[in-house]
Design a protein around this ligand. Structure first.
Ligand code: SF4
Length: 81
């Protein structure tokens, strides 16, 4: 019983999911990530008087990296939960 629980914990650790984070020091509000994301991870909000993408639904991410490739400012990276 205990071993099964431990095995479950190990499995949980290997199944960590990735999601994007935006570096707002680099982001210029191009919204490329918002436009290319197939999973509706991003919303658009006004931040410092500029419309920028925000990570609204990280749990939706399918780790395709389209947003990472599309960002002209190299402002997005995927990190583990
Ligand atoms: S990796 Fe893909 S699914 Fe995840 S946020 Fe970026 S574009 Fe969307």
């Amino acid at each position: 019983m205990e071993r099964k629980w431990l095995y479950g914990k190990v499995m949980d650790q290997t199944e960590e999911e990735m999601h994007p984070v935006i570096d707002y020091k680099k982001c210029t509000g191009a919204l490329a990530c918002y436009e290319v994301c197939p999973a509706e991870v991003f919303d658009v909000e006004e931040i410092d008087r500029v419309k920028r993408a925000v990570v609204a639904r990280p749990e939706n991410c399918i780790e395709c990296e389209y947003c990472v490739d599309a960002c002209p400012e190299d402002a997005i990276e995927l990190i583990e939960d």
